[in-house]
Write a protein that binds this ligand. Structure first.
Ligand SMILES: *[C@@H]1O[C@H](CO)[C@@H](O)[C@H](O)[C@H]1NC(C)=O
Ligand SMILES: *[C@@H]1O[C@H](CO)[C@@H](O)[C@H](O)[C@H]1NC(C)=O
Ligand SMILES: [Zn+2]
Length: 320
């Protein structure tokens, strides 16, 4: 019963300030810890610097996703992102294991385009964030504790493959209804959230960081999956048309300042490769059409990608 109550409180409260109070165009004006904090997110995850944890001091056992297969959600456009929230009165999925020391109750997932995290300097077209609150805590309590939230990040690559519409197929019908920022909430719908998860959920990077929107509380155990899901070009273009107060909705990369762990399954060799040219082309075409003002950030990340491929990549250590 407790988890249902948690969902009610969270459904009402947004994790951020009022939509009108901040903008991605003026990050330097974000309040308080957003600009002074030392454990901010997102970051560029350098795979060579990520610490393996063979004695399981930090990452203990497998991550466990319970109840992800059937979740009742409603979707909204909150002015910064499209967000799918768990519906009150239905069983809430629970995340545990890996770096987590307790159960974390699923609250909502939302999308960022481009990705917020970068891996070896590489940004992905899209990143999904699954937000969980430490089971038994209210959102207010969780936001006041360093271990209050757990957020799973899943990257998405744009691909020309034949099965590339499957991952997001359940979400897309709601998108046309959510083009504008309003109080509008779609009718509740059951979805299978496992389709949105990385194909290898045991392959990830984890570190302690913050919410990536004001007020940027440093209360998040981040779990960033390194194996992406695939989406289609048409799906991606649709997000470019959604009004999120600007042409993109990702925060700039923040100083790393801290240890990033990697799970045994994660290795730098696994990250890159899949049809990189296709990805870059998709990124470029999308940027030039609908993401005009995000283009500088986008180009920088493309340059980083290039640097990565010409430089460090070959030194990447392959795990046995
Ligand atoms: C998490 O929830 C499960 C199922 O309710 C329970 O068996 C387990 O003891 C909980 N784990 C922790 C660390 O509280
Ligand atoms: C909302 O979306 C419709 C198209 O669906 C558009 O015509 C209208 O101008 C939008 N309103 C606002 C306030 O952006
Ligand atoms: Zn997010």
């Amino acid at each position: 019963m407790k988890s249902f109550i948690v969902l009610v409180l969270l459904g009402a409260a947004d994790l951020s300030l009022q939509a009108s109070d901040w903008s991605y165009d003026y990050e330097t004006q974000w309040p308080g810890i957003c600009t002074t904090g030392q454990q901010q997110s997102p970051i560029n995850i350098m795979t060579q610097d990520a610490v393996l944890d063979p004695h399981e001091a930090h990452i203990r056992g497998h991550l466990q996703f319970r109840g992800y297969g059937d979740v009742r959600v409603t979707a909204t456009n909150n002015g910064h992102t499209l967000k799918w929230s768990g519906v009150y009165g239905t069983p809430a999925p629970v995340l545990s294991g890996g770096p987590l020391r307790s159960n974390y109750t699923f609250v909502q997932f939302h999308l960022h385009w481009l990705s917020e995290h970068a891996i070896d300097g590489m940004k992905y077209p899209l990143e999904i964030h699954f937000v969980h609150v430490k089971t038994g805590l209210t959102l207010e309590q969780a936001l006041a504790r360093p271990d209050g939230l757990a957020v799973v990040g899943v990257m998405a690559l744009v691909s020309r493959g034949t099965d590339n519409e499957r991952a997001l197929a359940q979400l897309m019908p709601a998108v046309p209804e959510l083009m504008n920022t309003t109080q509008y909430e779609t009718a509740p719908k059951h979805i299978d959230m496992t389709r949105l998860l990385s194909p290898d959920v045991q392959s990830y990077y984890t570190y302690h960081g913050s919410l990536t929107t004001p007020r940027c509380q440093e209360v998040v155990t981040w779990i960033v999956m390194d194996k992406p899901i695939y989406i289609s070009d048409a799906q991606y273009k649709m997000f470019g048309k959604v009004d999120v107060g600007g042409n993109y909705n990702y925060r700039s990369l923040q100083p790393v300042n801290r240890v990033v762990y990697r799970s045994m399954a994660a290795s730098c060799s696994s990250i890159i490769i899949p049809s990189v040219t296709g990805t870059l082309i998709s990124l470029l075409s999308c940027l030039s059409s609908s993401l005009a003002s995000g283009i500088n950030k986008g180009i920088n990340s493309l340059l980083n990608v290039k640097r990565k491929f010409l430089g460090d990549y070959k030194q990447c250590v392959k795990l046995a």
